[in-house]
Design a binder for this molecule. Structure first.
Ligand code: NAD
Length: 331
């Protein structure tokens, strides 16, 4: 029996997490889900945002399914998401955006995977008040972290029969930091002659993504651009409720939705659980349960095609629970 650490999160986290675990349990796999509270709810009860028992569980199980956690803006604690990514060296944040059937957007055939470097760039959170009107924020780019994310993107392309990798950067302005990222990309691409390799400046990339997204296949980029550009790709397929992610390191793996805790709809049984469910599918793929992951993906497609049950973000009025019931009925 393989144990999975499940973090229930904040806001809509506990609602979607409960449903995703319920769906996974109907498959009767050799998996045991250890549910833990983290974040605000946990802080109120225990005084810790992530209690030691959660770290112990992660270190024992090495596989995490995580619902979104709230990060207060401009004050308070450092993002728990960033802390977890750093502590477990989850350096590759992989975000596949794929068109879903019967979800109306201007594009039908999006299939773009963002590889976001997950451990450095401005996300090291080092900001210094120089004087009361001046702040310095440090953008850290290292050769080691750049090499491993770029190689991860190319290796994935080869393994999954993808055709092209685009490096996204701002090396025209950030000549040293992004310049080094781009130089490393240009060094590494020679090891993968079967993959088309190209690069694009991040602002142009955003425009190209909404004009001609079919030119993109796999994209690799530093942390901040990856955060922003992958939200954009979620918009191309119908919104944040649909985009999952894997956070992979050499020893640990964490799977989550790309979206946040959606405080505006929390507690209303309205959230779309699809992104977290697709993240659970990425976890099943990772664990070797590809057939079961495909079953869930097919069930999601079937429910969307049938169009009887649909959450509010996709123009319907069904609840989180009703959507999950429909998936379970298909399974
Ligand atoms: P958000 O992703 O929570 O919400 C943005 C918009 O998308 C909202 O209108 C929300 O209702 C909608 N939305 C998001 N997920 C949805 C779903 N599953 N179904 C239907 N609608 C959905 O972004 P935000 O409001 O900027 O952030 C809220 C909090 O979440 C912040 O504290 C932020 O730091 C945190 N956050 C956490 C993670 C994470 O845990 N990985 C990621 C992003 C943001």
């Amino acid at each position: 029996m393989k144990n999975i650490t499940v973090l229930k999160g904040d806001g809509i986290g506990p609602e979607i997490c409960k449903e995703v675990v319920r769906i996974l349990e109907t498959l009767n796999l050799d998996l045991n889900f250890e549910l833990h509270e983290v974040g605000e709810a946990c802080y109120e009860k225990t005084g810790a945002l992530i209690p030691q028992s959660v770290f112990d569980s992660i270190e024992k199980n090495k596989i995490v399914l995580k619902a979104p956690i709230t990060t207060p803006i401009g004050k308070g604690f450092k993002s728990l998401n960033v802390q977890l990514r750093n502590k477990y060296d989850l350096y590759a944040n992989i975000r596949p955006a794929k068109s879903m059937p019967n979800v109306k957007t201007p594009f039908d055939n999006i299939d773009i995977i963002t590889f976001r470097e997950n451990t450095e760039d401005l996300y090291i959170g080092e900001e210094t008040m120089i004087d009361e009107n001046t702040v310095h924020a440090i953008k850290l780019i290292t050769r080691g972290a750049s090499e491993r994310i770029i190689r991860a993107a190319f290796d994935y392309a080869v393994k999954n029969n993808r055709k092209k990798v685009t490096c996204v950067h701002k090396a025209n302005i950030l000549k040293l930091s992004d310049g080094m990222f781009l130089n490393i990309f240009n060094e590494i691409k020679g090891d993968y002659p079967q993959i088309e390799a190209t690069d694009m400046i991040v602002d142009n990339t955003c425009m190209q993504l909404v004009m001609r997204p079919e030119q993109f296949d796999i994209m690799v980029m530093p942390n901040l651009y990856g955060d922003i550009v992958s939200d954009l790709t979620s918009g191309l397929i119908g919104g944040l409720g649909l985009l999952p992610s894997s956070n992979l390191g050499d020893d640990f793996a964490l799977f989550e939705a790309v979206h946040g805790s959606a405080p505006d709809i929390a507690g209303q049984n309205k959230a779309n659980p699809t992104a977290l469910l697709l993240a659970a599918c990425l976890m099943l793929d990772y664990l070797g349960y590809e057939t079961e992951a495909t079953k869930i993906r097919t069930a999601i497609d079937d429910v969307l095609i049938e169009n009887k049950v649909r959450t509010a973000d996709l123009g319907g009025s069904s609840s989180t629970t009703e959507f999950s019931d429909a998936i379970i009925a298909k399974l």
